[in-house]
Write a protein that binds this ligand. Structure first.
Ligand SMILES: [Zn+2]
Length: 483
């Protein structure tokens, strides 16, 4: 049986218990020879030893990272010469000059350590080669994508509404979240909500499409059984090409989701929709507002209602940039993130001319610019901005590279590199609701981080100089093998 199949949890814990129990028995025998104690004492000893061996097993592996330049994700400036002590899967000490007898010591002089990245808007499993469809959605393909994210330093992702039965039926999602499988942890919005009359791609055929508000409660009831991280909905006319979801429908979705304690994220484009959706109780904006600059009233509303804003700037750039031959197109760090055949497609003259001559080219470029201006305004207003990219939805939105490009674009929009890192770590953890464990390099948090050759504090592009990726206290990748 493959790990991650139906009985993963049972199996995992059974192995854990039997190992600990046998250790307990051996120790009890020794104790018995020495003390010749009563049955009661032996029973008590078994109990104590088994319990003790559980806590021992959790803290047994200690790693001491020496002398690193630390960017902890809070937005504070880097601190040099820092030691970090990891026990089991957690960070237990961060200071200068730690000594820890028995710990595996690693010298990280000259290297920079940042929290592993988190992407709060992605799509997984449907992409393969130049295609994106439902048939591609297999266990093998999903795990391949999760591994790719991890090689790019991304340990947690939220899939926004395009998942399929497979990941729920056999605990695949839960196994990734529990850290039982190699690759990023997959958090899921389950099946997103869209309009009934949209002509969807095959990978969107499981979307929930209520015709009336009355149909919504039963749909949310069913969806809630999957324990989605958020409920995702599309509120967009796709440039006038589709019908937009009606306010009574999205209001019902928000209300019903909130009754179940689930937050709601919306795909949107227009400032007016953002405003109306926030009035209806929306929690997360999952794309940039791109039709016009946000005004003071909308900023105030977003701030007052604690809305989280996920700009997906890279998606907007991908909508036109291949016509402009971006500087990174020859970069191995980018090329390695592409599915086979995509590089040939996007570098062909035919494709580049098609993008450049498209009637949407100027429109998309303008939308992208407005998105950048709005990000800066929204960030300045103190609204929580979280990183997401929409990577993996289509072949041109490369998984892994997009998350690094996103930070470069944030800096281009006016954020500092440290702010861009906080958006991609601490804030994205907040968006997924995993900030108790991930998003910061801090005492008590899980040891999830990346080690970089060069510091991104002055040049954000240095997040691409990954030397190792750590997940739950273990090194799981040496970064991307560049093409
Ligand atoms: Zn998306």
């Amino acid at each position: 049986m493959q790990i991650g199949q139906k009985d993963d949890f049972k199996k995992y814990f059974k192995i854990g218990i039997s190992k600990q129990y046998s250790v307990g028995i051996i120790m009890v025998k020794t104790q018995k020879n020495i003390f010749m104690k009563s049955f009661f004492f032996n029973f008590l000893t078994i109990f104590l030893v088994v319990n003790h061996s559980f806590s021992y097993s959790q803290t047994t592996a200690s790693t001491l990272l020496k002398n690193v330049n630390l960017i902890d994700g809070t937005g504070s400036a880097s601190q040099n010469g820092i030691d970090i002590l990891i026990q089991g899967d957690s960070i237990v000490k961060i200071q200068k000059g730690i000594t820890a007898i028995g710990a595996t010591q690693i010298d990280l002089s000259g290297k920079t350590l940042i929290p592993s990245l988190i992407s709060a808007h992605t799509h997984v499993g449907t992409l393969k080669g130049n295609t994106s469809n439902a048939e591609n959605y297999t266990r093998e393909n999903i795990l391949r994508h999760l591994k790719k994210y991890q090689d790019y330093g991304i340990n947690n992702i939220l899939v926004m509404g395009t998942d399929r039965q497979l990941i729920f039926k056999n605990s695949l999602r839960d196994s990734t979240v529990a850290g039982l499988l190699l690759g990023a942890r997959l958090f899921s919005a389950g099946y997103g909500f869209n309009t009934p009359d949209d002509a969807p791609a095959s990978w969107m055929n499981l979307l929930l499409r209520p015709k009336t508000a009355e149909e919504v409660p039963a749909m949310i009831e069913k969806l809630a059984l999957l324990k989605p991280t958020v409920v995702k909905m599309w509120v967009d006319d796709h440039g006038g090409k589709a019908q937009k979801m009606k306010p009574e429908i999205y209001t019902a979705i928000i209300n019903e989701a909130h009754k179940k304690g689930i937050r709601v994220a919306a795909h949107l484009f227009y400032a007016n929709d953002a405003s109306a959706l926030i009035d209806a109780g929306l929690d997360i904006i999952a794309h940039s507002i791109r039709d016009k600059e946000v005004d003071a009233a909308l900023l105030k509303k977003m701030k007052d209602k604690n809305v989280i804003y996920i700009p997906t700037l890279s998606l907007d750039e991908y909508a036109y940039i291949y016509g402009d031959k971006p500087y990174w197109i020859q970069d191995g760090f980018f090329k390695s993130s592409l599915e086979p055949g995509v590089y040939e497609m996007i570098t062909s003259k035919e494709y580049q001319d098609k993008i450049k001559n498209s009637p949407d080219y100027e429109k998309n470029k303008t939308a992208s610019k407005i998105g950048m201006i709005n990000l800066k305004k929204i960030h300045n207003a103190g609204i929580t901005v979280a990183s997401g990219t929409d990577s993996g939805a289509y072949p041109i939105r490369a998984q892994g590279f997009s998350e690094h490009l996103e930070m470069e674009l944030m800096v281009e929009a006016g954020l500092t590199p440290l702010q861009a890192i906080t958006v991609s770590t601490k804030n994205a953890a907040l968006a997924i609701g995993i900030n108790n464990k991930y998003g910061l390099v801090q005492i008590g948090k899980k040891a999830d981080f990346i080690v970089l050759k060069n510091s991104p504090e002055k040049d954000i592009k240095n997040t691409r100089t990954i030397e190792s990726v750590w997940k739950d206290g273990k090194m799981v990748s040496k970064g991307v093998v560049k093409k």
